[in-house]
Design a protein around this ligand. Structure first.
Ligand code: ARG
Length: 472
């Protein structure tokens, strides 16, 4: 029954526009081409349908539509959603997803469809749809970050007893527990989750009802509308609401930082996987080979994490550049917002599982890690030993410095110097000083909260486990 008018209308698909009454002719093809955004914004369709249904309900509540008209529109929108979910594609003249849905709604619901766009504009519509998309994206990205954090925790618990050098300036600095190093990549991601959650909260403010710029002229119950769409607040100023893309900037910043963190984790693992370090071996499923060198085992996913995080930063910069000089209200420049948002979110959606998978598939070589720790790295422990005997740190630092120089001249490690050298360097050195040159003692001396002492690391592991169980 419904299909006949649908088919009749379909013949006119090429002419469906949301504007144009005031123009004598159609737009130039070059304008059409640059203006069309459907290839980017098509993915907003479920959100556009959802907000349109809520708008139809709100119009009925405000007595702008009859209950019957509203129900017909809502039913029509459900049919539109079913068609798109079934594979309905945009036609060449669909300027954007909003135009496409309006066209399909006319096919499905007939003339009543023309009442839906009452009191709203694509300006408040696109801002609302983009926010709805972003709310979902924040949720799914959070889940992916947590998966990576779980992979970090799993590796950290395996590395609890492993000892390795920690590096400053990429020079061997002090011994740490392998778990301590591994968890140093956990907490940045936890802060990223907090940032994303904060961005999500600000995203959950409803622009719908702002109309094109001045607010809708119909008495829409906006708080009620917000609630029905899962928003926790409504925008306070319609001019601000249609031009506000802060939420995208915040998400892009949060994602750029996730990118930077993935890149740093990847860089550690790429270094540690080189034969020079030999601390880790990449899993087969996350290694690629070389077309020329049969022996190669390359950590491509990690390198792509390092490389593609640059694009996320680019997305942030592009958006900031777009918004910084705009006059208030909506400007078409803002159509570019979605490219940056989707690019960064898509990139992250690919990267996070690849990094989590690469990490989970790694095997650490605790022997190689331990072998990289030399007694010279306990120089600070030697100075601390003297401090415990009431020597000032400055004096202790100088005494240990002279021992390091002596070892360097002899081409040996600190631990290989005879006791006599220690005694000459400072009279407060006793024979038990050699204990201080053990990595284990060095770790055990650091049972401070946040330090690498075995008990501290155990507490840190529990805190990490609790952090991913708790809500943010
Ligand atoms: N495709 C547009 C965008 O993404 C929708 C808003 C169009 N508004 C307008 N006044 N032309 O921003």
């Amino acid at each position: 029954m419904k299909k006949a008018p649908a088919r009749r209308k379909k013949a006119e698909a090429g002419t469906h526009k949301l504007w144009g009454g005031r123009f004598a002719g159609g737009p130039h093809p070059a304008l059409d081409a640059v203006n069309r955004s459907i290839s980017v914004d098509f993915r907003l369709w479920p959100h556009d349908v959802r907000l349109s249904k809520a708008w139809a309900a709100a119009l009925a509540h405000a007595r702008v539509l009859t209950a019957r008209e509203s129900a017909q529109i809502i039913k029509g929108l459900d049919a539109v959603a079913a068609r798109i979910a079934d594979g309905e594609k945009p036609v060449a003249t669909d300027e954007d997803v909003h135009t496409m849905i309006d066209r399909l709604l006319h096919e499905e619901a007939g003339a009543v469809a023309s009442r839906l766009h009452t009191g709203r504009s694509r300006n408040d519509q696109v801002a609302t749809a983009t926010r709805l998309w972003t709310l979902n994206a924040c949720d799914s990205l959070d889940v992916l970050i947590v998966s990576l954090q779980s992979a970090i925790i799993a590796q950290a618990s395996r590395l609890e007893r492993a000892v390795m050098p920690a590096y400053t300036h990429l020079q061997r600095a002090q011994p740490v527990s392998g778990a301590h190093w591994m968890l140093s990549h956990f907490w940045p991601l936890q802060r990223d989750r907090e940032r994303l959650a904060a961005a999500r909260t600000r995203t959950a403010s409803l622009p719908l009802g702002s109309g094109a710029i001045a607010g809708s002229a119909f008495p829409i119950a906006r708080a009620r509308l917000a609630k029905s769409l899962g928003f926790s607040a409504i925008s306070e100023n319609s001019i601000d609401a249609v031009g506000d893309r802060d939420f995208i900037a915040e998400v892009l910043f949060a994602l750029s930082l996730v990118g930077a963190h993935l890149s740093r984790l990847a860089e550690d693992l790429i270094l540690f996987g080189s034969s020079e370090f030999g601390f880790v071996r990449y899993g087969d499923a996350f290694s690629t080979g070389s077309s020329m060198m049969p022996q190669k085992r390359n950590p491509d996913a990690l390198e792509l994490a390092r490389g593609s995080s640059a694009r996320m930063l680019g997305d942030l910069v592009a958006l900031m550049g777009t918004i910084k000089g705009l006059p208030s209200g909506y400007n078409k420049d803002l159509q570019e917002d979605k490219r940056t948002l989707f690019d960064a979110a898509d990139g992250m959606t690919l990267l996070l599982p690849a990094v989590a998978g690469s990490l989970a598939a790694l095997t650490f070589d605790a022997t190689r890690m331990r072998a990289a720790v030399s007694s010279t790295m306990m120089a600070t422990d030697l100075a601390d030993y003297l401090v415990r005997k009431r020597v000032t740190f400055r004096e202790a630092h100088g005494a240990v410095g002279s021992l390091v120089r002596e070892a360097e001249e002899k081409g040996c490690e600190l631990g290989a110097l005879p006791f006599a050298s220690f005694k000459t360097a400072h009279k407060s050195f006793d024979t038990n000083v050699l204990n201080e040159l053990s990595a284990q003692t060095s770790l055990e001396n650091r049972e401070i909260d946040g330090g690498t002492g075995p008990k501290s690391v155990k507490r840190q592991l529990s805190a990490a486990r609790a952090a991913i169980r708790a809500n943010i």
